[in-house]
Design a binder for this molecule. Structure first.
Ligand code: FES
Length: 275
């Protein structure tokens, strides 16, 4: 194939069943224009290293499973083109700040545990009855949705935790992913659960531990900007502390289903007649 280039991949290998410590192996691969790091790994596995392990699934930057440390930067292997790295030698390691399962496979359990701690779901404290037995829909205007929309794009790839210098020194720090989701739900006008998240978010290893390095936002492949979310979360916590709580209109936005249908019908285009 024209325009192919030989690139050396230095991969950190580790098999807990046979290795006492990680070691580096080098593999030369003929790379073509547009080839991703993930495709190069598949080629290495097929032709040179059948036991090489990593995690991937969708191959299109959606599932968030192929995060790895490529040339010392956390990236999705399926979204990183080899030739865009502009380097004849490329190093690949498992994501830092996570335990290493095998080769390029990190143990993402800490990410999911922290995510769970912030109660990442809508909490309607003001109207428990409505929450348990909903009588209609929670309506939201486009502007209300836009207030937190960007923070819903998280694919839980864990790159932000791998980039975070605070997580590196304080493994119990909740970290950018969980704190961003705490803000995403607290900023949702249907939610009234800021108080329920304080135990984890307003604690020693919570939001105020962030040193604003901004590395998380730089690494995020979806443009979520966790550093911004953490600052907004701090502001929300302070406002909440001084009693500036969200109004009780959160659940008042609930309309009976029949009324929702009526509203939708009012906006529906007139039926087309076929001549
Ligand atoms: S394989 Fe799904 S994000 Fe890369």
């Amino acid at each position: 194939m024209p325009d192919e280039k030989i690139i050396t991949f230095r991969i950190r290998r580790f098999d807990p069943e046979s290795d006492s410590a990680p070691h580096w192996e080098s593999y030369a691969v003929s790379v073509f224009e547009g080839m991703t790091v993930l495709e190069a790994l598949h080629k290495i596995k097929e032709e040179q290293a059948p036991t090489l392990a990593w995690r991937s699934s969708c191959r299109m930057g959606v599932c968030g499973s192929c995060g790895m440390f490529v040339n010392q930067f956390p990236q999705l292997a399926c979204q990183t083109q080899v030739l865009h790295l502009r380097s004849d030698t490329i190093s690949i390691e498992p994501l830092p700040n996570y335990p290493n399962v095998k080769d390029l496979v990190p143990d993402l359990q800490p990410l999911f545990e922290k995510h769970t701690q912030v109660k990442p779901f809508i909490i309607c404290l003001d109207d428990i009855k409505e929450m348990e037995n909903p009588s209609g829909e929670f309506l939201q205007t486009p502007e209300e949705r836009e207030a937190f929309s960007q923070f819903t794009y998280c694919i839980k790839c864990g790159l932000c935790l791998a980039a975070c210098p605070t997580v590196a020194t304080d493994p119990r720090f909740l970290g950018p992913q969980a704190l961003t989701q705490a803000y995403r739900y607290s900023a949702d006008n249907r939610d009234g659960g800021v108080q329920n998240r304080l135990d984890s978010v307003d604690a020693f290893h919570g939001a105020y531990q962030c040193h604003m390095a901004g590395a998380c936002s730089h690494a995020c492949p979806k443009g979520v900007d966790p550093a911004l979310a953490i600052q907004l979360l701090k502001r929300a916590l302070i406002l909440d502390h001084f009693g500036f709580r969200k109004k009780e209109t959160q659940t008042a936005a609930v309309l009976p289903l029949a009324d929702v249908v009526k509203e939708l019908e009012a906006f529906a285009p007139p039926p087309r007649t076929v001549k």
